[in-house]
Design a protein around this ligand. Structure first.
Ligand code: FAD
Length: 574
């Protein structure tokens, strides 16, 4: 019997029908990392969970970050010790649970004359950072002399250099982390659907006879319902969802509704008539990508910029990416734009600290911009605003979670689901169950299995790659291709290789490319097939941007693959 696929693009209608035909315990609006984390936590605690996302999963901020699981060194400077401790400790948990996508990475922090960090303060700061985060001995910070720093990173500007701190952060792929959390939630029973937008809230109000009477909010695109409750006595009991792929409308009812909509959170609060008190302040962060050959740094660097901010330069495969800016933003929430000014700022930052590199605009191969949704505090600049998360519960019962970081998503989810469980316990005597997500291995991350004696999950990745190479004997895949897949899909790579072998046997697709490229193409078809069946890919944008990151980091490969992959996706989805 074929395996049930809880996140197949082919079954989206079925999932929406199912969600619409039963009352959920919890409906989550928003399929970024925050919503995904809540879906996993709540379904693991036994709740009947649904999640709807208006575009693709992670298409908001959760595919547009700096892609670091980090303790947030700069929050130390802002005195946010508790935040540093929590997110620092989370790095170890996430590495343990998803070793294929949360990977340790050395970060160099050059100390320069007039820079943000002095030598003694840095040495102490990094020491404290390691202690708060519970960093293992071999990963603790090292302070480097000027000569040692230059040996490590010869491209650095040397006249103002005083030395450096070398410490460990973790790199990730934000969009893949989000999808792996969602896939894990789906195996725990959560139903998650993309391209499904919440357009209205549905309320119940006690009328004179004491019975519930139903009404709807104004719709998100402004059309008014004749029967709107603005009374504080109305209770949110559901939402109307529009399937953006075919226009169909589904009412979905749930005991509890959480809005995890990041930058859109205030829009949903307006829809709920509950935008009072604290508001969001949006700031834009831009990244640029250049070929690694043009900016060949030996490891990630976190360096000073002339305006006293600090930015990252991070090597990734054949590219290096640089970010970020931090400026107030009030434009459209979908696809915030990257201006020439943003690009110039980042190029100047690199050229100032790495003077022999001299990047120009033509070196930039791609860019992305994301919106931080921070809880506003009067009189503070964008960079001074806290990255802490906050939860608001409206009079109607809508629970909104705002702020936060990718790194802290699991703890944030725990706080939100604790509130949901407590409310359900009080209102309907549901058994309260505590959070268990620190022990849940994410989809693709179970390299150790049950009886394995290896302590460190990352040590088990290499043997798995070797095993895959043995299993793929005779099928022309090389180690780099397998490794690249494993670092995206973890142990689910086995499924992709199986599809690839079936394609080789069947020769279904007539490929207009030859030799090595033909085999690259077949592997990409296998990858696309897997992501349609298991990760709800509905378009090539979903595939190239969020499931594989090719648009940002391997743009040159897209041109050749696009025509054949277009045929494949049309075949599979029709
Ligand atoms: P989002 O990812 O924006 O998700 C909200 C979702 O809600 C969206 O997908 C949206 O489409 C959906 N939605 C909205 N309205 C509706 C509706 N009506 N119906 C259905 N769905 C709806 N954090 C780190 O830990 N490390 C980093 O390196 C890092 N770097 C960053 C760099 C930048 C430039 C930025 C901007 C942020 C960075 N962050 C980082 C922070 C981190 O990316 C965010 O905290 C996190 O991604 C927010 O996730 P979210 O799920 O709350 O929001």
């Amino acid at each position: 019997m074929p395996r049930y696929q809880p996140m197949s693009a082919l079954n989206r209608n079925e999932y929406l029908n199912k969600m619409s035909s039963e009352q959920l315990d919890l409906l989550i609006i928003g399929g970024g990392i925050t919503g995904a984390g809540i879906a996993l936590d709540a379904s693991a605690r036994g709740l009947k969970v649904g999640l709807v996302e208006q575009n693709d999963f992670s298409s908001g901020t959760s595919s547009r970050s700096t892609k670091l699981i980090h303790g947030g060194l700069r929050y130390l400077k802002q005195g946010e010790l508790k935040l540093v401790q929590e997110v620092g400790q989370e790095r170890a948990v996430l590495h343990q649970n998803a070793p294929h996508i949360v990977v340790p990475e050395h970060m160099l922090l050059p100390l320069v004359q007039g820079g943000s960090y002095g030598k003694i303060a840095t040495s102490f700061g990094l020491w404290l950072y390691d202690r708060l985060a519970g960093v293992e001995k071999q990963e603790r910070r090292k302070m480097l002399s000027k000569a040692e720093t230059i040996r490590k990173e010869p491209l650095l500007r040397q006249d103002i250099l005083r030395g450096a701190g070398l410490y460990v952060e973790y790199r990730t792929d934000d969009a893949r982390l989000t999808i792996e959390v969602l896939k894990t939630a789906a195996t725990q029973g959560a139903q998650c659907v993309n391209y499904a937008e919440v357009t209205r809230f549905i309320y119940a109000e006690k009328n004179a006879s004491g019975k519930d009477k139903e009404s709807k909010s104004e719709s998100i695109n402004g059309s008014r319902n004749e029967n709107i409750f603005e009374s504080k006595d109305s209770r949110v009991i559901g939402v109307e969802v529009q399937d953006k792929r075919n226009g169909e409308i589904y009412p979905i009812y749930a005991h509890k509704i959480v809005s995890a909509t990041g930058p859109w959170a205030d829009q949903l609060r307006v829809l709920d008539n509950s935008l009072h008190g604290k508001r969001l302040r949006l700031t834009k962060g831009v990244h640029i990508v250049v070929p690694y050959a043009r900016f060949p740094i030996n490891q990630a660097v976190y360096f000073d910029v002339a305006d006293k901010r600090m930015i990252f330069a991070i090597p990734r495969g054949e590219s290096t990416y640089i970010g970020t800016t931090d400026t107030d933003y009030d434009g459209p929430l979908e696809n915030p734009n990257v201006t020439t000014e943003d690009v110039t700022y980042l190029l100047q930052a690199v050229n100032g600290m790495f003077p022999t590199v001299q990047l120009i605009e033509e070196d930039v191969t791609s860019t992305w911009a994301g919106l931080r949704s921070l809880v506003d505090e009067e009189g503070k600049s964008p960079s001074q605003l806290s990255r802490k998360d906050e939860v608001f519960v409206s009079d109607s019962g809508l629970i909104t979670v705002a702020g936060g970081k990718l790194t802290g998503y699991r703890k944030m989810a725990e706080r939100v689901v604790d509130i949901v469980m407590k409310q359900l316990h009080t209102e309907s005597e549901r058994v309260y169950r505590p959070c268990t997500t620190d022990k849940i291995i994410l989809s693709g991350g179970d390299f150790l299995g049950e009886d394995d004696v290896i302590q460190h999950p990352s040590e088990a990745i290499e043997p798995y790659i070797q095993q895959l190479m043995l299993d793929s004997y005779n099928s022309n895949v090389d180690k780099k291709q397998v490794t690249d897949l494993v670092l995206k899909y973890g142990m689910n790579t086995t499924q992709i290789i199986t599809i690839y072998k079936q394609l080789m046997d069947k020769q279904d697709y007539h490929l207009e490319v030859g030799g090595e490229n033909e085999q690259d193409c077949l592997l990409a078809i296998a990858e696309l097939t897997y992501t349609i069946q298991e990760e709800m890919v509905t378009s090539l944008d979903d595939f190239f941007i969020r499931r594989t990151g090719r648009l940002y980091f391997e743009r040159e490969k897209i041109g050749e693959l696009s025509p054949i992959l277009k045929r494949v996706i049309t075949d599979l989805l029709s």
